[in-house]
Design a protein around this ligand. Structure first.
Ligand code: CDP
Ligand code: MG
Length: 723
């Protein structure tokens, strides 16, 4: 990964005093006074009172008004922690971590003590933690273990406007559990308080959803932002990636021609952001500050990337003010639109795109794709420039793109992604009728049915929609149900050591380093190919396993990674994730009756057969030449992605399973493994045997006993013992 040092005028380098930062204590003092400047500060007493007075409260306020960082501190000071912890949920892990860091600093305690965070596979809390920032997914898991949330006195669902799937589900669950005063106070000295925080003005809708609860609107101050449209990206460029070069050009123009003030650039993901930072740095190096830059006080450019999987110490840098004379330019994903507020931003460069998880009906799977943002999102992005003074927003797309390609609002995640995992969670919580669950915005019934169908195919629910023993085990794993299914199969065969590392490696960011320079790229490709051939038979899952094992057994694992062009940081996370998954499995094996099966085939085929149990929904058969056809009823034509070790071997393959799909002009399958038809022969009929109408009645619990008897007899005949 490249490092982006800041570029500054050479003569300034000598004047080191201008660079030396403030001492730690003065920084803290300044943070204290900074937090007193926030719009929320004047309302602190009324706010804590409002939380006390009502079981549900909606709090709205402009982004940056201090909701996320301040309200938990006010509640802490007002004594709410006497009755339990304060939980604050965030849809994004980076937000949970960085905000917790900031609040720990403001409360002058080490992170993980009074203030901590918990995100998937990373728990930074202790016995002393009373203010706990966490992802919405983590709180959902806690509801599963303790529906009364007895550890907490206040639960704050933050960033409701993001409309993440887990936050939406939590909102419905908390309404369902705590709207009933008897339930809300059961076994508690103090009834749970639920605060729902949102940046936008959906407060009426939220309030009426929560039984017309009170709304506390924090009056904000914002300054006008002038928006201009560009000429580069029009409605025809939806699939082009030309926007990266265009935002770089625009950011550079702003740097050279606009008065001092920091820049925030919106792009869609890590590799793009790193490329943009590289390009921008190259350009910045050519600047002669005596002639090229309009504002004489601007003497350098500090370029900082910001995306989800960035190391935390680098994330912290984003919030620090730049040295005097230096203009900061943060190149970020959508995370900087509302979840994180960076002070000092005066200019926005908006690419107009975002990376979004969408259900793709062409392939019948959820796919991360780059799509145009909505108009409301574009306004939110622009607004980030008007926090301290009047700002400017440069949109690189045309007015026509705005009118023709951008929807008015972003569709909530619950209405556009797979519901398999949340439906299983709801079922395990005893919410049988998943159709009439209180959704803030109802997902289409076909998405709910699709989820039920998948759960049935994985044996997580029976035909009556009841959770099976296997389903109860599956819900414990923070993984995709298919991967969990494979893992549990492996555990029942006693070969979890093969699957645990694979599951861990698939749960962390991409482990393969892709250098920018072509000659380095060749070197990395060669190393990666070498790692794949070491496995013997070509199989991307086995390659992941082999990398995990080789690195773990190496004396100098970080050097091993460097030599093989593997991200050491990602591997370290994978080691930790594997340990955590192993712990979950061990805990379950101690308390549950785990069926034990035997395996009488070739040992080397064990991994692939276990994978088939969870990935039979992702089976493809060679159709002709290099084209494969999926077997899930969509019959999509797919190609093996060039990053796969099987890319050049298509001719010898007939059947494969794959982990995910990338859609560009073609549909590519990635992380691929060859299989034998016999292994999926008995499973494939499951893809087609489920009748949607049956499931529809299962979803509504209207199945008659007579119908049920018929299915059960049929099922019993088909089923074999074990998993
Ligand atoms: O939640 P809301 O958008 O209302 O505001 P916030 O996130 O609580 O931000 C309040 C202030 O804290 C802003 O000025 C942020 O820049 C600052 N902040 C920070 O300096 N470092 C963080 N890690 C998070 C927030
Ligand atoms: Mg916030």
């Amino acid at each position: 990964m490249s490092i982006f040092p800041f570029f500054r005028k050479p003569q300034i380098k000598k004047n080191q005093t201008r660079l030396s930062g403030m001492s730690k204590s003065t920084r803290w003092d300044s943070e204290d006074s900074e937090s007193k400047q926030l719009p929320i500060y004047q309302h602190r007493n009324k706010l804590t009172q409002a939380v006390k007075n009502s079981p549900f409260l909606v709090v709205t306020g402009e982004t940056g008004s201090g909701k996320t960082t301040q309200l938990p501190q006010y509640l802490h000071r007002a004594g709410f922690c006497k009755y339990g912890k304060i939980a604050i949920t965030q849809p994004r892990r980076v937000a949970a971590i960085t905000v917790a860091q900031r609040v720990a600093q403001e409360m002058r305690c080490p992170l993980g003590r009074e203030v901590g965070y918990q995100v998937r596979f990373d728990d930074c809390t202790s016995q002393d933690t009373v203010v706990k920032y966490m992802t919405d997914g983590c709180l959902l898991r806690e509801v599963l273990a303790d529906p009364g949330l007895s550890q907490y006195s206040v639960v704050i669902l933050d960033e409701i406007h993001e409309r993440s799937l887990n936050t939406d589900i939590l909102l419905g669950l908390l309404k369902k559990i705590f709207s009933n005063p008897a339930k809300a106070t059961k076994g508690r000295a103090f009834p749970l308080k639920v605060v729902v925080m949102s940046a936008t003005l959906e407060s009426d809708k939220l309030s009426s959803f929560l039984g017309d609860c009170p709304v506390f609107a924090i009056p904000g101050r914002t300054f006008p932002v002038t928006c201009t449209f560009g000429s580069a990206i029009g409605p025809k460029d939806i699939e082009s990636t030309a926007y990266v070069k265009e935002v770089v050009k625009m950011a550079f123009d702003v740097h050279t021609s606009e008065v001092a003030g920091d820049i925030l650039v919106f792009l869609t993901g890590q590799s793009e952001i790193e490329r943009a930072c590289d390009l921008l740095f190259e350009k910045a190096e050519t600047v002669d500050y005596r002639f090229d830059v309009q504002d004489p006080t601007v003497e350098g450019l500090l370029i900082l990337p910001l995306y989800g999987s960035m190391p935390t110490d680098q994330q912290r840098q984003i919030f620090q003010p730049p040295p005097p004379g230096i203009r900061k330019c943060v190149v970020a994903t959508n995370i900087a639109a509302t979840s994180l507020t960076i002070n000092g931003i005066k200019y926005i460069i908006d690419s107009g795109f975002v990376k979004q998880l969408n259900h793709n009906s062409r392939v019948g799977m959820d796919i991360l794709e780059v799509v145009p943002i909505s108009k409301s999102e574009a306004q939110q992005r622009a607004g980030r420039a008007g926090r301290i003074s009047a700002g400017k927003c440069f949109r690189i797309y045309t007015k026509e793109f705005w009118e023709k390609s951008m929807p008015e609002y972003t569709i909530p995640e619950i209405q556009r992604t797979s519901l398999t995992a949340v439906v299983l969670t709801l079922k395990c919580l005893g919410v049988n009728d998943v159709i009439s669950f209180p959704y803030l915005d109802r997902p289409e019934e076909r998405f709910i049915l699709e989820a039920l169908k998948q759960l049935y195919q994985f044996d997580a629910i029976d035909r009556r929609g009841r959770v099976t023993q296997l389903g109860e085990l599956m819900v414990e794993f923070p993984l995709h149900p298919g991967l969990t299914r494979s893992l549990l199969k492996a555990a029942s065969l006693g070969c979890q050591d093969l699957l645990l590392p694979v599951a861990a490696m698939l749960s962390v960011e991409n482990i393969f380093i892709r250098p920018g320079r072509p000659e380095k790229q060749k070197e990395a490709d060669k190393k990666h190919r070498g790692l794949a051939t070491r496995v013997g038979s070509m199989n991307d899952f086995a390659t992941l396993l082999s990398i995990f094992q080789s690195c773990k057994s190496s004396d100098r694992p970080s050097a091993w990674c460097k030599e093989n062009w593997i991200h050491w940081r990602a591997l370290k996370s994978a080691f930790s994730v594997e340990t955590q998954l192993r712990e979950i499995l061990l805990r379950l094996q101690q308390v549950q009756n785990f069926p034990v099966e035997t395996f009488d085939g070739n040992k080397s085929e064990l991994l692939r057969q276990c994978l088939c149990t969870g990935y039979f929904t992702n089976v493809a058969r060679r159709s002709m030449g290099k084209v494969f056809c999926t077997m899930d009823g969509h019959g999509s034509m797919v190609h093996i992605h060039p990053s796969s070790s099987l890319f050049d071997q298509e001719a010898e393959l007939n059947w494969v399973i794959f982990h995910d799909v990338l859609v560009t002009s073609r549909v590519y399958i990635r992380t691929v493994c060859p299989i034998r038809y016999e292994w999926v022969k008995d499973l494939l009929p499951k893809l087609h045997e489920v009748d949607v109408y049956e499931l529809s009645s299962v979803a509504r619990e209207e199945v008659t006993d007579k119908e049920m008897k018929k299915w059960e007899t049929r099922e019993a005949a088909k089923r074999q013992p074990g998993f």
